[in-house]
Design a protein. Structure first.
Length: 244
């Protein structure tokens, strides 16, 4: 991919300065508009979403719960209500989340869904243009890998406070590209950054064609999507990591 897909008017010096001050930055109008709209169209119309939730085992070990479209279709109303009630009950006192997910990178590795437009975004993540941008804004060369997950938050979906620490990989920086048109902050889906006392210090709304970039670990959450939201919140997210 040789064409430029980032907005050519981005001010790298200003973005780097903001990132160095706070360890995070919000980048508006980050992609070329036609590319952003093409990815949004793919997310809105052709992804085989899985329902994702936190599902700790009896031993307390964290397990990612995933229900395929077929598994969701096979559930009756009582089963759906019981799952939602359990997730919401657990969320009152522990880490929990509920949203639709699709692992773009894993699909590529398995040779699945290669015709989907979202695969073009994965190609973009492998370009020198993208890596030069990330290295320039972060001021770091400490990462050499990236993963890629698509997310859809529908009314009622949320992500409770967490820090993005992982015992399985060396995460250095998280990214979230937003692809929801005509979204308002009061619809929910806002990323809140918290201090050690749980006080909100920064809030980034999921504006269309914007990027949130932040060092990890850091406490943050995604606010619940309001029941009156007219649609879903779409994003592509992941971590820049270092090979062990």
């Amino acid at each position: 991919m040789s064409e430029s897909l980032l907005n050519p008017d981005l001010d790298l010096n200003a973005l780097r300065a903001a990132f160095q001050r706070r360890g995070r930055v919000k980048v508006p109008h980050v992609l070329r508009a036609d590319f952003a709209h093409s990815i949004a169209d793919s997310l809105h119309g052709e992804i085989p979403w899985q329902l994702a939730f936190y599902n700790p085992s009896a031993s307390g070990k964290a397990v990612v719960g995933r229900l395929s479209p077929a598994e969701q279709e096979a559930m009756n109303e009582a089963q759906r209500a019981a799952l939602l009630a359990r997730v919401e009950r657990e969320a009152q006192s522990q880490f929990q989340y509920l949203y639709d997910a699709y692992d773009v990178l894993n699909a590529r590795r398995n040779g699945q869904d290669l015709q989907l437009g979202v695969q073009r975004f994965l190609d973009f993540l492998g370009t020198d243009e993208l890596w030069d941008f990330m290295h320039a804004v972060s001021g770091s060369q400490a990462f050499d890998k990236v993963d890629c997950h698509a997310c859809r938050y529908r009314p009622g979906h949320f992500l409770r406070e967490h820090g993005d620490h992982s015992p399985f990989e060396q995460r250095h920086m998280a990214y979230v590209f937003y692809f929801t048109r005509d979204w308002h902050a009061d619809f929910g889906g806002v990323t809140h950054f918290l201090d050690e006392q749980g006080v909100i210090r920064d809030s980034y709304a999921p504006d269309f064609n914007s990027l949130t970039l932040f060092r990890v670990p850091v406490a943050h959450n995604v606010s619940q999507i309001a029941s009156y939201a007219p649609g879903a919140r779409y994003s592509i997210t992941g971590w820049f990591t270092r090979s062990r």
